[in-house]
Design a protein around this ligand. Structure first.
Ligand SMILES: Nc1ncnc2c1ncn2[C@@H]1O[C@H](COP(=O)(O)OP(=O)(O)O)[C@@H](O)[C@H]1O
Ligand SMILES: [Mg+2]
Length: 259
């Protein structure tokens, strides 16, 4: 089912050093153009799984991790990674930050700036090109980080709680923005969040993990039609039913762990 630009994790088990297993028999496929969220308790291995998919953690356990049919390596141009903290360079302007990912990939400077400018406009930051991060709100900094991530045009995006540190209102606005960007650019996305409502709103599928060791306990298709708007979803009973379903899966993971 996974094609050239999809993610395929099969039978993955991993421990750090002589510690207890962090991931156990994890199999997860994200098809090309699909948006999959990972939810699960803190410490269940979500970030570790993303790091493995980005080639940032050496895979010395069992099982396989493939992105577009190959083992990922650090700096892989096919893969974009975005974190909760905006990680913008404080001495560079919004435009330079948005262009940064492209420039480290060797794209000519003029083209970097042109693409970054277009992406800044797409995320609602036209007119803020020359502003430094410290003069931007937290939401605007995450918009800049989204511009940088999407400007790179990687086929696979890994996002680790990108809106986790935002206030509730700003988070809803950025979720709407992410829905629009994904609609437009059709990347393959593996998205980590601890917010079940966010997971339902943005995903095609939500994968639920439990901890100690991290393993998959449920895989829930999100059948809500697209295009979606956060405001409309909140009025949709199907949205609330899916939220309740995910919550029940998370709880059953805890019960299994305690029992
Ligand atoms: N480099 C590392 N060395 C040792 N243990 C680690 C390392 N990275 C993560 N862990 C451990 O692996 C487990 C999963 O961590 P993590 O992937 O960050 O979970 P999550 O993102 O779901 O909160 C935790 O118990 C964490 O302490
Ligand atoms: Mg994490």
């Amino acid at each position: 089912m996974t094609t050239e630009s999809g993610i395929a994790v099969d039978g993955l088990s991993l421990r750090f050093g002589a510690g207890s297993p962090v991931l156990s028999e994890v199999s997860l496929h994200v098809a090309e153009g699909e948006f999959v969220s990972l939810v699960g308790p803190s410490g269940c291995g979500k970030t570790t799984l993303l790091n493995l998919c980005a080639g940032l953690v050496p895979h010395n356990g069992t099982g396989t991790v493939r992105v577009g049919g190959r083992a990922p390596v650090e700096g892989d141009p096919r893969i974009g990674y975005m974190l909760a903290r905006d990680s913008l360079l404080p001495w560079r302007t919004a435009l330079e930050n948005a262009a940064f990912g492209l420039s480290v990939r060797g794209v000519p400077a003029a083209e970097c700036l042109q693409r970054a400018r277009a992406m800044l406009a797409e995320v609602g930051l036209a007119g803020f090109e020359e502003v430094l991060p410290k003069a931007l709100s937290h939401g605007m900094r995450q918009r800049t980080a989204l511009a940088r991530t999407f400007a790179m045009d990687s086929t696979v995006l890994l996002m680790d709680e990108p809106f986790g540190a935002l206030d509730a209102q700003t988070k809803l606005q950025l979720e709407d923005l992410l829905l629009r960007l994904c609609q437009q650019h059709r990347h393959t996305v593996l998205f980590v969040t601890h917010d079940l409502a966010e997971a339902v709103a943005v995903s095609d599928r939500v994968v639920v993990m439990s901890s100690k060791p991290g393993r998959i306990v449920a895989d829930v298709p999100i059948t809500l039609p697209r295009p979606r708007s956060i405001r409309e979803l909140q009025k949709d009973p199907r949205f609330h039913a899916l939220y309740a379903q995910l919550w029940a899966h998370l709880e059953s993971g805890w019960v299994r762990h305690e029992g």
